[in-house]
Design a binder for this molecule. Structure first.
Ligand code: GLU
Length: 430
């Protein structure tokens, strides 16, 4: 990602950089516009965020000094319901990135037909440089600052890159203390004891696996014995890799922040995840050989899962990628130029807005369970998740065939039509 330039206000913003996530998103919208029929008249709606809040987050460091961090919450569109989307803690977070991620949430939530708009938040911080008490203070102050615009019926945050159930517990507690009532429905991805949902932690990775399995089936490619390469070994990539492994696929390559690793015979994913969970470094795990970044992108596979950050699968990498199917676990991993290269090379891409929608789908289940204070079994959750993902993917494949467009454009056609129909029916105020 390009180095963000501070604006006059001192905020990190990437204006008009063609590779910025927001510019990538705008190009995706341009591709869908010709297919929107009479709703095309509203397409500009999609090119603007309804509301973006930038906040200063001062915290006391353990050493007695005060540090300031930049935080954001963007609400891209609320036509179909309250805002919904995660919060990420990462040193590369910018307004531009958060805006794009909030827009992808609008599309994702509409693509799987959840009654939500799209939102996203982030703090520009490397959480590894903070102690646990500092991380708690950062989270609580951020939650208090964005408390103006979040709430169980306004905008519901959730985990994303480098945030987890503990951070959601602190967010829920801070919001609840400020409003004077326990509000479990203000965030999802909480610990089970605080109104969290069974299956939520694994849901994004499970959704990636389900969409990969269904698409592979349509391509007559058996999952058993398929060679799988996964970029990212966290909550999304790690869980997806495990499910592929359990289904008899061979996970031959994995990459995380420590580097890239391979095993021609297939990585023992469960053992590798245990090793990493105990603090080990993936590339030092006994069952793998460390390889270079360029060798990783050239690994031969049947299914490639980018499950790290945006902008990873560039046109250059797409020209060398040796795979049949790309299933996007991350948000925005493939640039529009890379989409074109993959299309020309006959490599099918299942886009993020469908492939990784499992997380927000189970977030929706969690929110519904919190409102009714009636909790479902893990089997019920997984079977409802399965049905929603399979049906949403089927509709996307059908639309792609009908209009002869990519699965990404098809998902955008379905989602943007739903968002803009709601926009039109509600009308403009005043
Ligand atoms: N951060 C996840 C995503 O990008 C989940 C969002 C949510 O559950 O609200 O889809």
């Amino acid at each position: 990602m390009a180095t963000p330039r501070p604006t006059a206000a001192g905020l990190s913003y990437v204006p008009n950089n063609p590779n910025s996530p927001w510019q990538m998103y705008l190009q995706q919208v341009d591709r869908v516009a010709p297919y929107l029929g009479h709703l095309a008249r509203w397409v500009e709606t999609l090119k603007h965020c309804k509301r973006v809040l930038a906040v200063d987050i001062p915290i006391n460091r353990d050493d007695g000094t005060v540090a300031h961090f930049e935080g954001f919450r963007a609400q891209h569109n609320l036509s179909r319901g309250p805002g919904k989307g995660g919060v990420r803690y990462h040193p590369d977070v910018t307004i531009d990135e958060v805006m794009a991620l909030s827009a992808w949430m609008t599309v994702k939530n509409a693509a799987v037909n959840l009654p939500y708009g799209g939102a996203k938040g982030g703090i520009r911080v490397d959480p590894k440089t903070l102690t646990r008490p500092e991380l708690e203070r950062l989270t609580r102050r951020y939650t208090s600052e964005i408390g103006l615009i979040i709430g169980p019926d306004k905008d519901i945050p959730a985990p994303d890159v480098n945030t987890d159930a503990q951070i959601m517990a602190w967010m829920m507690d801070t919001y609840s203390m400020n409003v004077g009532a326990t509000a479990t429905g203000v965030v999802t991805g909480k610990p089970i004891a605080l109104g969290g949902s069974l299956g939520r932690r694994e849901a994004t990775g499970r959704g990636v696996y389900i969409t990969a399995r269904e698409t592979a089936h349509g391509m007559k490619m058996p999952i058993e014995g398929a060679r799988v390469v996964v970029q990212g070994f966290g909550n999304v990539g790690g869980v997806a890799a495990q499910l592929f492994h359990e289904a008899g696929a061979k996970v031959v390559g994995v990459q995380d922040v420590s580097g890239s690793a391979m095993n021609e015979a297939g990585i023992d994913v469960n053992a590798a995840r245990d090793y990493v969970a105990k603090g080990g470094s993936l590339i030092e795990f006994k069952g793998v050989t460390a390889i270079s970044e360029s060798d990783f992108w050239a690994l031969k596979s049947d299914i490639f899962v980018p499950a790290a950050l945006e902008n990873q699968l560039t046109a250059e990498r797409a020209r060398h990628l040796s795979t049949r199917l790309v299933v996007e676990g991350a948000n925005g991993p493939t640039t529009p130029a890379a989409d074109d290269v993959l299309h020309d090379r006959g490599i099918l891409v299942v886009p993020d807005v469908i492939a990784n929608a499992g997380g927000v789908t189970v977030s929706y289940f969690e929110w519904v369970q919190d409102f009714s204070s009636f909790f479902w079994t893990e089997a019920e959750i997984n079977s409802r998740l399965e049905r929603i993902m399979v049906d949403a993917l089927k509709a996307v494949v059908h639309t792609a065939e009908e209009h002869k467009v990519s699965l990404r454009t098809a998902a955008f056609i379905i989602a943007c039509s739903r968002v803009l129909a709601a926009r039109e029916q509600r009308g403009l105020y005043p």
